[in-house]
Design a protein around this ligand. Structure first.
Ligand code: IPE
Ligand code: IPE
Ligand code: MG
Length: 225
């Protein structure tokens, strides 16, 4: 899921953008727990792109603080709900405190297997492709599966990760903004006009219903024929 629209949600209400991020964090909890109850196996949430460093410093700082607080407050809830957390993206530009919070949450939830939750922070899909490619022996031609595993590994998910089935973006924009480009090769795309803080469990269910009604052909022919 590309969690977009926090800033506009706040601006529409005459509030600072950071208020939208605080409200958006509540949506994260709501949607994560709803997805778990709905039987989703893997959920990846785009929280901060590598290009988001280009935002004003006070917004970036507010987001980083929010991530750290959110990890601390949500880890017990993840455990309760049997959800395993992994954070994907670069870590070398994060503060030591945030890195420690990420490592603690990953460690504490490592045995959970009800759902895999991946939070993308300082994430760029193109960067992860470049890093996966640089792990390859020079001149080697790899099977796609092996390359997918290398991408999963650079994203701290060494066991491998399935391709994305459904990609939901809130906030009305219809683009991927460097999110899971390889993994979305055959993803169904759902774009919601709802701003992320307003995105509800019912909106999530509607996206799933939309997904279920689609005819996924993967280049072949419809099963219905
Ligand atoms: C998404 O909301 C959250 C992050 C990118 C961190 P935005 O902050 O992009 O909100 P809009 O798109 O400006 O409304
Ligand atoms: C994508 O949203 C990143 C996240 C939701 C974390 P942006 O708001 O940064 O994307 P653009 O700038 O509209 O493409
Ligand atoms: Mg945005």
């Amino acid at each position: 899921m590309i969690m977009d629209g926090n800033g506009r949600w706040a601006q529409q209400r005459g509030k600072p953008r950071t208020m939208g991020h605080i409200e958006g964090a509540k949506t994260v909890r709501r949607i994560v727990e709803h997805a778990r109850r709905s039987g989703v196996g893997f959920l990846t949430l785009y929280a901060f792109s590598s290009d988001n460093w280009n935002r004003p410093q006070d917004e970036v700082q507010a987001l980083m603080k929010l991530f750290r607080r959110h990890l601390a407050s949500e880890t017990p809830r993840l455990l309760e709900n049997d959800i395993r957390l992994s954070v994907i993206g670069r870590r070398d530009r994060l503060s030591p405190e945030l890195r420690r919070a990420i490592e603690a949450s990953e460690r504490e939830t490592a045995e959970c297997d009800g759902m895999r939750l991946r939070l993308a922070v300082d994430y760029s899909s193109r960067d992860s492709l470049v890093r996966a490619a640089s792990l390859m022996p020079q001149g080697a031609v790899l099977a796609r599966d092996e390359f997918s595993r290398a991408i999963a590994m650079v994203n701290h998910c060494p066991g491998g990760v399935p391709d994305v089935d459904l990609m939901i973006r809130t906030g009305g924009e219809q683009r991927l903004s460097d999110f899971l480009l390889w993994e979305c090769a055959y993803a169904e795309l759902v774009f919601s006009r709802r701003m992320w803080p307003d995105f509800s469990s019912a909106d999530f269910d509607a996206a799933i219903d939309d997904f279920r009604a689609r005819d996924r052909r993967f280049g072949g022919l419809s099963k219905a024929i």
